[in-house]
Design a protein around this ligand. Structure first.
Ligand code: ADP
Ligand code: MG
Length: 724
C-alpha cells in the first residue's frame, strides 16, 4: 500500500459523495422565528401589564421588576416545555471567541419522589457557572471561582435543537463575584448606553425634542471556507489549527477570478439551504449568500439588527454553520487564512447609529451638506478613527487575522476612513470655509433602451480601505472572520461616544456665541477636520506609497502584528477613554490585554508544535521514502550501465536536511520562557517563532513539489480547494 493511503482514500470518498438529503424546505412564514421567545410570543403569553413592562425593558433598557421576571420565567418555561424542552441554559460570551453554555434541567423532585418542573424568575435572572476555568486576566484569583451569568432580556431566548433534543437558551452576561465583566456582552451593552447618552446630548443641542433611545446597528458579512471532512481528517493542521501550515500552491488558484459570484456547487447549495432554514427558525435574518473570491470560499450575510442582538446572532450563526457543515460532510473553516496564497476570510462589520425618531444618523440623504445631524455624526466618526485608530487595530488583533491584514487582498493594518468623492468633497469644503454644494452620482444611462436607467451611487467603492463609508453606514472591513463582533462594536460605540461628547462641547460654545445651527455645525466641522482630516484617505490602501505617507506625513500608526497592536490596550488615552465612558474599568481593560496576549502566544505555540510534529512525522518520512526509491533506481541503473541525472535526489536531500535543522531551531526557540512582560513574549512569537515556522514550511513545500505524488501523504491544495 502506498504511503498516501489516507489521502487517496479521502479522494475516493469525496468523489463518491452525494448531496445530503434534507427535509423539504418550508415557506418562510411557517418557520420564521418559531424557536424564538420573542416579543410576539410574549404578547400572546403574558398579561397586558407584564408584556408592557418587558417591552419597555427591551426597547429602552429600563429595569424589570422581580414579580414580572417571575411571570416571564413561567411563560418562557411553558412555551419551551410545549416544544419538548427539559433543559435550559444561560448562554454567555467569555473572553474567548466562543459561546459558553451551562445546562440545567427544569426538573426537581418532591418528597414523594415525583418529578416536577420548576423555573422561577430568579433562575431566569441569575446563573452561577463555576467561572474559574474561563479566562479572566488577573481579575480573579483562581481560588475565587465564583462567576455569575445574568439574563439579558434585550436579546430573545431561543431553542436549540440537537440530536440530544431541544434546549432553551437564554442570552446572558457573565461577571465575577465582584461585578467585573468577564465577557464580551457587558462592555457592548455599556457602550451602547454611553453612546445613547452622548448622541442624545448632541441631538438636544441641535433642537431635537422627541428623541427615542439610540442604538448601534450591525450587519456582519461572514466569509468562510468549506473543505470536505475526508480531507480535513487527513490534515492535522486543519483539524487542530483551522489552517494549513504546509501546502504548495496549486497550479491554478484564483487568478481567473472565476469563483467570485460563480455558480454555487450543488452540495454547497444544499448545505446553505439547510443552514439558512435553521437560521430562520432562530430568527436570524440571513439575506445574501454567494461564492467568494477564493475557490472553496463562500459568504453569508444576515440583514442588519440592533448591535446587541446582532452580536448574539453572529455567535449563533457561527455555531449553527459549523454544526450544519459537519452534517453535510464539510469542515467549515472560519480561520482568516486557511490557505496560503489564496484569499483570506474577513467579517465586514457594517455599523450605523439610529433610533426610531431621527432615523439613521449616518444616512446623508440627498444633500449631505445640509443634513446637519449627519455631518455631526459622520464627523464624529472621522475624529474617532483618527484619535483611536490604533485601538480599532487592537480590537481586531489575533494571531489568525495577522495572516490576512496587510496582505494584498485585505485592508492594511493602518486605520483610515474612506468617505467617497462626494462626502470627502463636502467635508473638505467645510474645512476650507467654502459653501458647499455637493454633486450626486447622476443617472446611470447605458444607452440601451431595454435597460432601465437607475440612480448611480455618489461614490465608487474602495475595497482597500479598512473602514469605508458605504452609503448609510460604515463598513469595518478589517475584522477577522473567526472573531466575535462584540469587541469591534464596543470600540466603535465607545470612540463615537467620546467624539460626540467633544462635538457637544464645541456646539455649546458656538451656541453660546449666538451662532445659528448651520453656522455652529460649520464651525465645529471645520475645526474637527483641521484636527482630524489626516484619517480620511480615498486612495489605494494596498500601495507602499500609502504605507509610507500614512506614517511619515500623516502620523498614523502602522501596527502590522498583534504583538504590536495589543499593547495599545495599556496606553493612557485608551484607558482614559474606556474609564471616562464607563465601558470598561482600567482593571477590566487590563484583563482583556492579558487574556488576548496569552491567546496570541498560545495559538502560535500550538501551531509551532504542529509544524514540528508534521515536519518530523509526516513530511520528512515521505521525502525519505522517495529518496530511497530514487537511490535504489540509480543503483540498479548503474548495474546495467545506464545513468540518471541525480540532481533531484540532491535537491530532496538538501531540503529534507534544512527542514530538520530548522525544526530543531524552532524546538529550541519554543523552549524560551523568560520574558520581561507579555509584550516581549508576544514579540518573540511574532518574530522568531513565526519566521522559523515559515522557513520550515518553505522546505516542506519545496519537497511537496519534488516527491512522487503517490507518496505524498497530505491532501494537496488542489484537492481541498477544488474537489467538492
Ligand atoms: P456588500 O457585500 O455589498 O458590502 P452585503 O449586502 O453583502 O453588502 O452586506 C451588507 C450588510 O450591511 C448587510 O448585513 C446589511 O443588512 C447591512 N446594512 C445595510 N444597511 C445598514 C445600516 N444602516 N447599518 C448597519 N448595517 C447595514
Ligand atoms: Mg461588504
Amino acid at each position: 500500500m502506498t504511503a498516501n493511503r489516507v489521502r487517496s482514500q479521502a479522494i475516493t470518498e469525496v468523489l463518491n459523495r452525494t448531496a445530503v438529503e434534507t427535509a423539504e424546505t418550508r415557506p418562510l412564514s411557517e418557520i420564521w422565528a418559531i424557536d424564538v421567545f420573542n416579543l410576539a410570543k410574549m404578547e400572546e403569553a403574558l398579561s397586558k401589564n407584564a408584556f408592557k413592562a418587558v417591552k419597555r425593558t427591551v426597547k429602552t433598557g429600563e429595569p424589570l421588576d422581580s414579580a414580572t421576571a417571575d411571570i416571564v420565567a413561567a411563560a418562557m418555561k411553558d412555551w419551551a416545555m410545549g416544544k419538548g424542552v427539559k433543559f435550559f441554559s444561560h448562554v454567555f460570551y467569555p473572553l474567548t471567541n466562543i459561546t459558553a453554555e451551562k445546562h440545567d434541567g427544569f426538573i426537581v423532585t418532591n418528597a414523594d419522589g415525583n418529578a416536577i418542573t420548576e423555573f422561577t424568575g430568579s433562575l431566569l435572572i441569575k446563573g452561577e457557572p463555576d467561572g474559574s476555568s474561563f479566562p479572566n486576566g488577573s481579575l480573579r484569583m483562581t481560588n475565587a471561582a465564583r462567576g455569575y451569568t445574568a439574563w439579558d432580556p434585550t436579546s430573545p431566548a431561543y431553542i436549540m435543537w440537537t440530536a440530544n433534543g431541544p434546549t432553551l437558551m437564554i442570552p446572558s452576561v457573565f461577571m465575577s463575584w465582584t461585578g467585573e465583566s468577564l465577557d464580551k456582552k457587558i462592555p457592548l451593552l455599556r457602550s451602547i448606553s454611553a453612546m445613547d447618552a452622548a448622541a442624545r446630548r448632541v441631538l438636544t443641542l441641535m433642537g431635537e425634542t422627541d428623541i427615542a433611545p439610540l442604538n448601534a446597528s450591525c450587519g456582519a458579512e461572514q466569509e468562510y471556507f468549506l473543505v470536505d471532512q475526508h480531507f480535513a481528517v487527513a490534515r492535522p493542521d486543519l483539524l487542530l489549527a483551522g489552517r494549513t501550515l504546509f501546502g504548495a500552491a496549486p497550479a491554478k488558484g484564483q487568478e481567473f477570478d472565476d469563483h467570485y459570484f460563480g455558480a454555487i456547487p450543488e452540495r454547497v447549495q444544499v448545505f446553505m439551504q439547510d443552514f439558512e432554514e435553521k437560521l430562520y427558525r432562530l430568527g436570524i435574518p440571513a439575506k445574501t449568500h454567494h461564492n467568494e473570491v477564493a475557490p472553496g470560499q463562500f459568504e453569508v450575510a444576515p440583514y442588519y439588527e440592533d448591535a446587541n442582538v446582532a452580536a448574539d446572532h453572529q455567535q449563533l450563526l457561527m455555531t449553527v454553520m459549523k454544526a450544519t457543515a459537519a452534517e453535510h460532510g464539510f469542515l467549515c473553516l472560519l480561520h482568516e487564512k486557511p490557505f496560503a496564497g489564496v484569499n483570506g476570510s474577513g467579517k465586514h462589520v457594517n455599523w450605523s447609529v439610529a433610533n426610531s425618531t431621527q432615523g439613521n444618523l449616518l444616512d446623508p440623504g440627498t444633500s449631505p451638506e445640509h443634513n446637519l445631524n449627519f455631518l455631526l455624526f459622520c464627523g464624529a466618526v472621522i475624529r474617532g478613527v483618527h484619535k483611536f485608530g490604533p485601538l480599532l487595530r487592537a480590537v481586531i488583533a489575533t494571531a489568525s487575522n495577522d495572516h490576512r491584514l496587510g496582505a494584498n487582498e485585505a485592508p492594511p493594518a493602518i486605520m483610515s476612513v474612506y468617505l467617497g468623492d462626494q462626502l470627502e468633497g463636502v467635508f473638505n469644503d467645510i474645512m476650507a470655509g467654502k459653501i458647499s454644494v455637493s454633486t450626486d452620482g447622476g443617472v446611470m444611462d447605458l444607452g440601451l433602451s431595454q435597460i432601465l436607467n437607475f440612480k448611480r451611487d455618489p461614490g465608487d467603492r474602495n475595497r482597500t480601505s479598512p473602514f469605508a463609508f458605504t452609503g448609510n453606514r460604515f463598513e469595518f472591513r478589517a475584522v477577522g472572520s473567526s472573531q466575535s463582533v462584540s469587541g469591534p462594536l464596543t470600540a466603535l460605540n465607545t470612540m463615537l461616544t467620546d467624539s460626540l461628547t467633544w462635538v457637544a462641547d464645541q456646539l455649546e460654545v458656538q451656541f453660546e456665541a449666538g451662532k445659528t445651527p448651520p453656522e455652529a455645525v460649520a464651525c465645529v466641522i471645520k475645526e474637527l477636520m483641521e484636527l482630524h482630516s489626516d484619517a480620511v484617505f480615498g486612495g489605494d490602501g494596498y500601495s507602499t506609497e500609502w504605507h509610507t505617507a500614512a506614517v511619515e506625513e500623516r502620523g498614523l500608526r502602522n501596527l502590522p502584528t498583534t504583538a504590536e497592536a495589543l499593547p495599545v490596550f495599556s496606553e493612557p488615552e485608551v484607558i482614559e477613554l474606556f474609564e471616562k465612558t464607563g465601558v470598561l474599568s482600567a482593571a477590566e481593560l487590563n484583563a482583556r490585554y492579558e487574556v488576548y496576549a496569552e491567546q496570541y502566544v498560545n495559538s502560535i505555540a500550538v501551531e509551532a508544535k504542529l509544524v514540528i510534529d508534521m515536519a518530523k512525522t509526516v513530511i520528512y518520512p515521505a521525502a525519505l521514502s522517495y529518496a530511497a526509491d530514487l537511490a535504489k533506481t540509480y543503483a540498479v541503473a548503474q548495474e546495467v550501465g545506464a545513468s540518471f541525472d541525480t540532481t533531484q535526489l540532491k535537491v530532496i536531500a538538501e531540503n529534507a536536511n534544512l527542514l530538520l535543522s530548522t525544526v530543531a531551531q524552532l524546538e529550541s526557540e519554543l523552549e524560551c520562557h523568560d520574558f520581561a512582560d507579555a509584550k516581549a513574549h508576544m514579540s518573540h512569537s511574532a518574530t522568531s517563532i513565526r519566521s522559523l515556522m515559515d522557513t520550515v514550511r518553505s522546505y516542506a513545500d519545496a519537497l511537496e513539489a519534488e516527491v512522487d505524488d503517490a507518496l505524498w501523504p497530505l491532501p494537496k491544495y488542489r484537492e481541498m480547494l477544488f474537489i467538492k
